[in-house]
Ligand binder design. Structure first.
Ligand SMILES: Nc1nc2c(ncn2[C@@H]2O[C@H](COP(=O)(O)OP(=O)(O)O)[C@@H](O)[C@H]2O)c(=O)[nH]1
Ligand SMILES: [Mg+2]
Length: 220
């Protein structure tokens, strides 16, 4: 299982002037300068606020414990790569990321995580899709919207995954969260209208997500 950290691969000189808002001119610069780092490999990236279930979902997709899931905040402190599928030499990679809505972290740490994420999205030419994980029993929060505002400008395909749906109290509540989420993502060109629903606890939607990822890789 490959677990290389890739955060150090990017040139330090190109950074966001402010991590919370990237000027459009910088986006163009980023996209123009993006580099092919792993020629053969293709990847999908899992983003979401801390505790949204990124590591648990990667484990469920892999069928084994590869990513550290935790009740405590922010166990994942770097972009971490895991193979998709059983082949340890697989060129299909799942990337786990630090949470972006890490409320209790010092501002310095929050900024560092965001820079890491934006640089990764900007430079990884082989990034095929970004899955944004949202707590299914809560729905989109301001930090998710802020992140979507920023990411939409990178023009990478994005898909929303509502996680932990076993925590949703009723079908009606799930329908309400789904329709609110649908409405709010309409304005983003990069975000597909299709929303995934998952629960790693009750094994809901995992097969479908695996198929989605496999199709994403096959399409590219
Ligand atoms: N009930 C429930 N809890 C979950 C689910 N997925 C993850 N969790 C829990 O949510 C917490 C955060 O999960 P983790 O995968 O570490 O989130 P991350 O910080 O986004 O990587 C852990 O306590 C997990 O056990 C789920 O589908 N249902
Ligand atoms: Mg994690």
């Amino acid at each position: 299982m490959s677990k290389h950290l890739i955060t150090d691969c990017f040139p330090m000189k190109v950074m966001c002037s402010s991590v919370f808002s990237i000027p459009n001119s910088d986006i163009a610069k980023f996209v123009g300068e993006k580099k092919q780092i792993y020629d053969e490999e293709v990847e999908v990236l899992f983003l979401g606020s801390t505790n949204s279930g990124k590591s648990s979902l990667i484990n469920a997709i892999s069928g084994k414990v590869v990513a550290k899931a935790s009740k405590k905040l922010s166990k994942t402190q770097a972009m971490k790569r895991y193979n998709f599928g059983k082949n340890p030499e697989s060129k299909y990679i799942l990337v786990d990321s630090p949470g972006y809505g890490f409320v209790r972290a010092p501002l310095k740490v929050k900024k560092m995580f965001r820079k890491m994420i934006f640089r990764h999205v900007a430079y990884t030419k082989t990034l095929m899709k970004i899955f944004i994980l949202i707590n299914g029993h809560i729905g989109l929060k301001p930090n998710d919207i802020e992140m979507l505002d920023q990411l939409d400008r990178f023009k990478r395909p994005i898909q929303i995954v509502l996680t932990k749906v076993d925590k949703v109290k009723s079908k009606e509540q799930l329908m309400q969260i789904l329709s609110e989420t649908s409405l709010r993502i309409q304005r983003y060109k990069s975000v597909t209208p299709m929303i995934h629903i998952t629960s790693t606890k009750e094994h809901v939607g995992i097969k479908q997500l695996k198929t989605n990822i496999a199709l994403t890789f096959m399409d590219n």
